[in-house]
Design a protein around this ligand. Structure first.
Ligand code: DUC
Ligand code: ZN
Ligand code: ZN
Length: 467
């Protein structure tokens, strides 16, 4: 036995109980009371600590080209930061280039990720071009290569139209793939942008108004209808509005396999942040919405209509965010010239666990949202997402008593600010193990560049709302 974590309180999606965990060759080899170490075993005293599965962040954009720049955290910085927040697997988005078969897109991005990743990773493919049958058919090769999940963008210039979206859904139905969607109404968004800029409304507040509640909600409803028509499952990423929550709930009540993800930024912040002095730092898509949407998201977490919490981690430096004032070419900027995205990879699990520690939801629910459900949804539950014999020893020790105030200087990514600056958490992770290797302990990153592995996922077949 290589490692024995003794005397902690284990938290799974279903239950909470005191037990020891033994690890051999990076896998959980036993769970039980009074497990005995042998002479080579490293024994960790976890008395008074919660023992949790490492989180799976189902939504990151590491080193992503966006808005004339590249997101600040590369695969090393992003996964280092993830480890220090208790996240042991990240699903990063590949953006398919025009004309690029899916398997080439995987190879292109894995060449960047493999030498750098400090924790395990996998991919979703952001589909931008299915203009030929060959490109559409190449989705099948991605599934065979262990990457069975795709995403379409209904917004942005690299997004797809409804016809292409529908074709991707049809194709996915037959090959064991899951389609995720970034749902916002591009046409309405573009009309509002034009009108606001013509009226001299350039501040970050107008980013929110141009993508306000119903701009997202309409697209959620349409995406669900397209999935129903294609007879397939759907995963709505970063759900942030009440109308969308209601549409997801209704479809699930009707028995459709519709799943939704939300992110901590929508659970903690509201559109009021776009009135702050540095409102531009909060520009992400979709934007944070009003209080009613936030309350609907928390209710949907409690009812089970939101399946996962992930980050949409996509940080940019303050200088890049300042392009909303003056662009990099020295021209006057506006809300459309601010690169979209915020950091969150290190604060997701700590924030969600802190909410549990404050009594808002159970710790079991956090494990379900941040580890067990993403593993089930993305075809990874044969290897990760739970404290279970035979699975990877991705384990987090959590101190319920530790008080922690988030500051960018305490984070381990490469960016120069966090929208979470000054937010106080109750409890914090104190150690993270990735396949049995200690990669984080009490504020310090102890992992290594390149030790993360590409995890191949199983084909995904979701036919009911239950996971
Ligand atoms: N939203 C963001 O805020 N950033 C990157 C991509 C996205 O959809
Ligand atoms: Zn998105
Ligand atoms: Zn995203």
């Amino acid at each position: 036995m290589d490692l024995l974590i003794k005397g902690g309180t284990l938290v799974t999606a279903q239950s909470t109980f005191k037990a020891d965990i033994a690890v051999v060759n990076g896998k959980i080899s036993a769970i039980g009371k009074n497990l005995k170490a042998d002479k080579n075993t490293e024994v960790i005293d976890a008395k008074g600590k919660l023992v949790l599965p490492g989180a799976i962040d189902g939504h990151t954009h590491l080193a992503m080209p966006f808005g004339g720049t590249i997101s600040t955290d590369d695969y090393y910085a992003g996964t280092r930061s993830a480890a220090c927040g208790g996240t042991t697997t990240v699903f990063d988005f590949i953006l398919q280039a025009k004309g690029e078969p899916m398997q080439d897109a995987i190879k292109r991005r894995d060449a960047l990720a493999a030498p750098d990743a400090a924790v395990d990773y996998s991919f979703h493919i952001g589909v931008t071009d299915v203009s030929t049958d060959e490109l559409l058919d190449s989705m099948e090769e991605a599934v065979q290569a262990g990457i069975p999940s795709f995403k379409v963008f209904m917004v942005y210039d690299f997004g797809v139209d409804d016809g292409s979206f529908y074709r991707v859904l049809q194709k996915a139905a037959g090959i064991g793939a899951l389609v995720g969607v970034h749902a916002e109404n591009r046409e309405v968004n573009n009309v509002l942008i034009k009108q606001f800029l013509a009226e001299g409304k350039t501040e970050a507040w107008w980013h929110y108004v141009s993508k306000k509640e119903d701009v997202e909600g309409e697209a959620d409803v349409r995406a669900i209808n397209l999935a129903k028509m294609a007879g397939t499952s759907l995963y709505i990423v970063h759900l942030a509005n009440k109308q969308g929550v209601e549409a997801v709930k209704e479809a699930r009540d009707q028995g459709y396999p519709i799943f939704a993800e939300t992110c901590p930024q929508y659970l903690y912040f509201t559109s009021e942040v776009y009135k702050r002095e540095r409102a531009r730092d909060f520009v992400c898509s979709p934007p944070m919405k009003g209080k009613a949407s936030q309350e609907a998201l928390w209710e949907a977490i409690k009812s089970g209509d939101i399946a996962t919490v992930a980050t949409d981690h996509c940080p940019f430096t303050r200088a890049e965010k300042d392009w909303g004032i003056v662009t990099k070419d020295g021209k006057p900027g506006n809300f459309t010239t601010i690169p979209n995205g915020c950091a969150g990879i290190e604060t997701m699990y700590p924030y969600m666990l802190s909410e549990a520690n404050k009594g808002r939801i159970t710790f079991n629910k956090v494990v379900e949202l941040c580890a067990t459900n993403p593993a089930k949804l993305f075809g990874l539950d044969h290897q990760k997402g739970a404290l279970q014999v035979g699975l990877d020893a991705d384990i987090v020790l959590y101190d319920k008593k530790k008080e922690f105030t988030i500051t960018n200087s305490a984070m381990h990514g490469d960016t120069d600010h966090t929208i979470w600056e000054g937010v106080s958490l109750k409890g914090y992770p104190v150690a993270t193990y990735s396949r049995g290797r200690l990669v984080y302990k009490e504020g310090e990153f102890l992992g290594k560049r390149g030790e993360g592995k590409l995890i191949k996922c199983k084909p995904i077949k979701l036919t009911t709302p239950e996971l």
